[in-house]
Design a protein around this ligand. Structure first.
Ligand SMILES: [Zn+2]
Length: 258
């Protein structure tokens, strides 16, 4: 019965999305990515402001002192400029060239969960490989990725404080992951939302609750590619847990830490 309710809800949501043609808007990929990230960062902005007054909130932070409102504002400006100059033009062109097919029926709950999980795992693997490649290739690091490491006092919004080319490459990897999985457009929308939720953990001691890897926080302060995949397979499935130590060892070797 619960599944029936869930599928009726998905169908109603899908019917609404089809009626409004929202998924066929050229600005949707860039707008959705920017808006979801900024909105998901707002609670962290509030916590950062409270940290200036409350020792209890301050002790939740990994880095100290908390960023000022001015730092948030300038970071917001850099992210907005990167989206407007790089992400929006390219993704709008791609959207015009290949608008998504809009099937009549919504996915089932099970289909949505499987497709979103597959997209997250695939994207995370792509992200990890691309990130490592940018660190291992000096000209790529200097020309694209170094901008992301300029920030010495990371806070939630700095997850997107990167060169426009890097933000674009990540969004294209996310879109390619959804295409490779062949998922329903509604599943793809949920995937993009969940992907930003994972990336918006910020430098607070809340990452485990949000499914964000703990090593994400010091990543912003280190030139080493210390960010492991967000969704480690052995965290998702007990069958993979025996592989955990071996995979972590390989990760450290690949980063030159061993
Ligand atoms: Zn990096």
């Amino acid at each position: 019965m619960r599944s029936d309710h869930g599928e009726v809800f998905l169908q109603q949501m899908w019917d609404y999305m089809r009626a409004t043609n929202v998924l066929q808007s050229p600005v949707l990929p860039a707008f959705f990515a920017f808006l979801t990230h900024v909105l998901l960062c707002l609670p962290y902005l509030l916590l950062d402001m409270l940290a200036g007054f409350s020792p209890q909130v301050q002790q939740w932070r990994i880095s100290a002192p908390p960023p000022t409102l001015r730092q948030w504002f300038f970071c917001f400006g850099r992210v907005l400029r990167a989206y407007l100059t790089a992400v929006l033009p390219v993704t709008a062109l791609l959207q015009v060239l290949g608008s998504p097919v809009m099937p009549e029926h919504a996915p089932s709950c099970w289909q949505l969960v499987v497709e979103v999980s597959a997209c997250l795992l695939l994207f995370d693997a792509f992200f990890f490989a691309w990130h490592l490649f940018m660190h291992k290739t000096p000209w790529l690091y200097r020309s694209i990725h170094q901008a992301h490491h300029q920030q010495r006092q990371p806070f939630a919004l700095t997850a997107q404080d990167a060169a426009g080319a890097e933000l674009l490459s990540l969004l294209l990897l996310a879109m390619a992951s959804a295409r490779l999985v062949g998922c329903h457009p509604l599943s793809e929308t949920v995937f993009h939302l969940r992907q930003h939720l994972a990336g918006g953990g910020g430098p607070l001691r809340l990452q485990p609750a949000l499914g964000t890897a703990p090593a994400t926080a010091p990543h912003g302060r280190s030139p080493l590619p210390s960010r492991p995949p967000y969704l480690l397979p052995w965290q998702l499935c007990p069958l993979f847990q025996p592989l955990g130590p071996a995979l972590r060892h390989l990760l450290l070797i690949s980063e030159g830490a061993l």
